[in-house]
Design a protein around this ligand. Structure first.
Ligand code: MLT
Length: 408
């Protein structure tokens, strides 16, 4: 029989959101009359904004005529989109990123997992805890870890978030990692990192030679003007960081699929012979070989995000979710719970009494509301849950009415 990649056998039996979906489906089958309200997975619920739909439609129309039809596009993404990203997301914030350092893709989830391919097998990886599970699971799949012991994988370094550090773990002098995953605004805790905190990480990476993999998928939720949207707003970050962004939460693209990864041309690694190699070259080679780009109409739709109307519309959508987040935050706070997130993030993170899966089950059984148990995000998440603001206003309000008695 064929030998399998045994690293997969080290993984938890199912991906967090698959396990939640299974429990929800079982509950729904047993309680068909209950109108379950989902504040679990961070999936958008509002329709694509009108100017984005128009651009999408125009792209489809172009594909329907010989004169404007396009076959394979550039694997790195069309120039019109890469230029719009460079100008609006970076240069306008004094972050020196150029269009050719941007790689358009179908998701930040895929890219944060796939990026590990361009590094040596024996790299030391540090991940936050609580953590977006993809960083951990893809490290496991690629054989960079041992087995799980006491809730943590051997061989991974965990950067522990806690109420004491506001869920923003900072580098310690003894930290030795080649790859450091950071995510701000954070999934799952909703915490944001200040300029000084990010500068400390950039400084650490410069001193140790580490590469920061910075997941900024939720940057559009930042409303505090003092919080950086990109790690490249920090001087020196170009030489130590790769950044991941997505249109999923920014513009409602979870089902449409478009994201991008920034690999600055100044980032370098070393090969087995001691030669210096730009990481850009490796990622470009990887994408050209394994990826054929995002469809033309989708890239047209993504580019519309940067038009005046697009900016106005996506901002209004995010404001809507942020207002939901404020409702969730105040419900929890009024019930005496301490919360993180929900101001510059769609996620609200709170400590609950007892086990987080038990709390998840109680919320589901007694209120018909779905949250995400903190344990699913790592050991440091036990005793916490994440509530997502992605839903319609009336659903969020109804969910808060229902959970109030369960909160005690
Ligand atoms: C989440 O709920 O954490 C998100 O849906 C994750 C993702 O975007 O993949």
């Amino acid at each position: 029989m064929i030998k399998i990649n045994s690293n997969y056998r080290k993984l938890q039996s199912s991906y967090l959101f698959v396990e939640i979906a299974k429990r929800v489906a079982a509950f729904q089958e047993a309680n068909p009359a209950t109108d379950i309200i989902k504040l679990g997975i961070g999936d958008v619920t509002r329709a694509l904004p009108p100017s984005i739909v128009s651009a999408f439609e125009a792209g489809v129309q172009e594909m329907g005529q010989d004169e404007s039809f396009r076959g394979y596009g550039p694997e790195q993404g069309y120039a019109f989109l890469r230029e719009a990203i460079a100008e609006n997301d970076y240069q306008s914030r004094s972050a020196q990123i150029s269009a050719d350092e941007i790689f358009v893709s179908d998701g930040a989830k895929c890219d944060t997992g796939n990026i590990l391919e361009i590094f040596d097998h024996d790299i030391r990886i540090a991940v936050p805890d609580p953590v977006y599970p993809v960083y951990v699971d893809t490290s496991v799949m690629s054989g960079r870890t041992g087995t799980m012991q006491d809730g943590r994988y051997q061989g991974l370094t965990y950067l522990e978030g806690s109420p004491e550090n506001g869920y923003v773990p900072m580098p310690t002098p003894d930290l030795r990692a080649d790859i450091i995953f950071l995510c701000f605004p954070n999934n799952p805790t909703g915490a944001v990192a200040t300029r000084e905190q990010l500068a400390a990480w950039v400084d650490h990476a410069h001193k140790t030679g580490a590469i920061i993999l910075f997941d900024a998928a939720y940057e559009a939720f930042i409303r505090n003007p003092d919080i950086p949207h990109s790690i490249y707003e920090i001087p020196g970050a170009r030489d130590v960081a790769i950044e991941f962004r997505s249109f999923s939460k920014t513009a409602g693209f979870t089902g449409t699929r478009c994201a991008f990864t920034v690999v600055p041309s100044s980032l370098q690694g070393v090969d087995a012979e001691g030669n210096t190699v730009p990481l850009w070259e490796l990622w470009n080679r990887r994408q050209s070989t394994k990826f054929n780009g995002v469809s033309y109409p989708v890239q047209k739709a993504a580019a519309a995000v940067y038009t005046e109307a697009g900016q106005r519309e996506v901002r209004a959508q995010i404001d809507y979710y942020l207002e939901n987040a404020a409702i969730i935050r105040s419900t929890l706070q009024d019930a005496g719970y301490s919360v993180t997130g929900g101001t510059d993030s769609p996620y609200i993170w709170t400590t609950v009494a007892g086990d987080s899966w038990d709390f998840f089950d109680r919320l589901l059984n007694e209120a018909g509301v779905v949250c995400t148990p903190g344990t699913g995000f790592g050991k440091a998440g036990s005793g916490c849950v994440r509530i997502s603001a992605f839903n319609h206003r009336e659903k969020v309000e109804e969910a808060m009415r229902r959970i109030r008695p369960v909160l005690g």
